[in-house]
Every structure is written in structure tokens, then in C-alpha cells.
Design a protein around this ligand. Structure first.
Ligand code: BGC
Length: 247
């Protein structure tokens, strides 16, 4: 079965049709920069553009980089504040005329990694962390997701963790891999202390450069591995989550 997966991020909005039985993209992904300001209507117009690009008529799975509880956006750390209180599912359905599932971006990425990537078959506690514009998290136990965890916002050295250790901060502050790696290490060790996971999966665009910083991250007990679906995990996971809409 094919479903259109769309990943709304702080800097880009990208989409591709996904074969949800294999987790593979069936066409090259299409990316448009996130509009500024990232107000709901402008973002929904970009989603519509992506749907049009693939001439898509079926169900859509769409991620969003904030808390999404029962389709409603409840935070806005890296998007316009105008999103708070918006029913994302309704908005996207209205614009695209396609049945839509709306889900937090890290939760979607985690779903994909648990099924097709680095978390496959793990029955313990798995924490996926996405290092991007912000830091997203998804926690699984026995393969079941605890939705909307926000581990990017725990406090480290008096600051929101994602303001110290996200990939955006690495780029903005021009941190070298050692300096940034030390920040990510401190963060991962704190999360480990709080949740005692068996496995950390590190995702986000920077996970393709895992060899540069993962050797600097030393959890006390947990294993730590890069995401296998790299930056496509959000697209794939969103499509998977939307599969119920197609049956
Ligand atoms: C948001 C999360 C999101 C993460 C990654 C954080 O700032 O609060 O909901 O998953 O960024 O985009």
C-alpha cells in the first residue's frame, strides 16, 4: 500500500509517496523551504503544493515539529505561535481534500525506525532522539510508543537542552564536532539517567555524519546507534501511522 508521507520541519517541508509494507520511498522526495513566518495557512499551502506535485489523491500522513494531541497543536518551540490550538488534521484536510493523519515529527521518525530501521525487534525501552532545528524524542517500550514526550526541553546548565545540543545550535555557533559532541554526550547521559533505556537511536539530518560525533557519546549502559532511515524516517513513519486511514 502507498501513502504520501509529509514531514514539516523548522527549515524545510518534504514529502514522498511511501510503500508502507517495505518502508521505502517510491519516488524522489520533494522539498520546499518552510515559509517565514511559518503561520498555519502558509505551511498548509506548501503541503498542498507537495500533494499537487505528486498528483496525490489518497491518504496523507503529516508530521509536525511540536506537541500534537488528538490532532491539536499544543506547543510551538520552532514554528509560529499561531499554530497553538490549531487542529492540524482539519487544516490539512481542508486544503488538500485528502484524509490526513497528523503526528509529532519525532514520534513518526521513531515509528519508522522501530519497524524498518535501527530499533527493529527491540522489545526493551528504546529512545529515539532527533537532532535538528530542535531536539525531538520518541520513547518505546515493547515496541509501543509513549506519544508526545518532549525530552528536547529538559533543562541542562539552566538552559533548554535543545538550545545547547541541537544541530541548529552546532551550525549557528559554529561548534566543532568535539565541542558539540561533548554537549550531546552530557544531554544523552542525562536522558539515560532519567529513563534507563536499552537503546538510543540518534536521528535527524546530522545522523548521516554519525561517524564524526557518535564515538564521543558514552551512555553508561545503553547502546547507542545512528538512525538507519536517516532523514526519511519522518516521511516514512507518518505514512505508516496514516495506514489506518486507507483501510
Ligand atoms: C518540539 C518537539 C519536536 C522537536 C523536533 C521541539 O522543539 O518541542 O515537539 O519533536 O522540536 O522537531
Amino acid at each position: 500500500m502507498q501513502i504520501l508521507g509529509i514531514d514539516i520541519g523548522g527549515s524545510g517541508i518534504k514529502g514522498a509517496p511511501v510503500d508502507i509494507d517495505t518502508g521505502e520511498l517510491v519516488a524522489e522526495r520533494y522539498r520546499i523551504p518552510t515559509p517565514e513566518p511559518s503561520v498555519p495557512d502558509a505551511v498548509a499551502d506548501v503541503v498542498k503544493e507537495i500533494v499537487k506535485n505528486f498528483n496525490w489523491k489518497g491518504p496523507i500522513g503529516c508530521t509536525f515539529p511540536a506537541i500534537v494531541r488528538r490532532n491539536v497543536v499544543e506547543s510551538a518551540a520552532n514554528v509560529d505561535q499561531g499554530w497553538i490550538g490549531v487542529d492540524g488534521q482539519k487544516l490539512i484536510q481542508k486544503k488538500t481534500k485528502c484524509p490526513t493523519l497528523f503526528i509529532n515529527d519525532a514520534d513518526a521518525a521513531g515509528i519508522a525506525e522501530m519497524q524498518f530501521g535501527a530499533g527493529r525487534g527491540n522489545e526493551g525501552v528504546v529512545i529515539m532522539l532527533t537532532l535538528g532545528t530542535g531536539i525531538g524524542s520518541a520513547i518505546f517500550y515493547k515496541g509501543v510508543l509513549l506519544p508526545n514526550t518532549e525530552l528536547g526541553h529538559i533543562e541542562i546548565r539552566g538552559k533548554d537542552a535543545e538550545l545547547r545540543a541541537s544541530d541548529r545550535i552546532r551550525q549557528e555557533k559554529e561548534l566543532d564536532w568535539d565541542d558539540w559532541g561533548a554537549r550531546v554526550n552530557e544531554y544523552v547521559q542525562r536522558v539515560e539517567y532519567l529513563f534507563s533505556p536499552d537503546l538510543f537511536i540518534i536521528g535527524g539530518g546530522v545522523s548521516k555524519k554519525a561517524d564524526k560525533f557518535l564515538p564521543l557519546i558514552h551512555p553508561a549502559h545503553a547502546q547507542i546507534v545512528p538512525a538507519q532511515l536517516l532523514n526519511d524516517a519522518g516521511i516514512v513513519g507518518a505514512a505508516m501511522a496514516a495506514s489506518a486511514l486507507a483501510s
